[in-house]
Design a protein around this ligand. Sequence first.
Ligand code: TMP
Length: 206
Amino acid sequence: MKAQFITLDGIDGAGKSTNLAVMRQWFETRGLPVLFTREPGGTAVGEALRELLLNPATQVSLRTETLMMFAARQQHLEDVILPALAAGTNVVSDRFTDATFAYQGGGRGVPLADIEILENWVQQGVQPDLTLLLDVPLAVSMARIAGAREKDRFEQEQADFFTRVRDVYLQRAAAAPQRYAVIDSNRSLDEVKSSIEQVLSRHFGC
Ligand code: TMP
């Protein structure tokens, strides 16, 4: 099996951090080569863009914000993701283009067709082999964010923003069920962990 490109996504407060650790352990246990990375980020310029994008003081237009996400992604693909896959290393990215459709498209209202144009230009057909979408009801997400440290520029958005973000994630997953595994993250840590392990085991056949 060729090296797999796997992404983990979902609204803020869906429990990505905890479940990234579950994924890391799953790969380690099986001795499979894997690189964990994140978006926006993953390269020096990507991390610099991330700082700007998450800083509540940053003022940017919707198009600029969208282009910054794709600028980070372009460098990430060229410098990190594609070389790792070519070398036979599986890649797990904490967020990818689904987040742009959900946040800039659903949340902010950038036309999805415009995002598709950038997706095609930047990715040249590269798509994740598998996307794990962590899903929680809005109230759970909002409660988790409320308990967090200082809120970043996205976490400061209101419930209706996250409702639109979640809707786009779920619509995308429903439209391409062969790529997405939607994981109900509003359960005990053990239940979510075992769902994630099952999805990975089914995908890799081990
Ligand atoms: P996180 O890594 O802690 O989830 O923070 C990243 C934030 O950036 C999160 O609120 C989602 C947002 N984001 C977008 O709005 N568009 C994107 O394309 C990506 C990758 C992230």
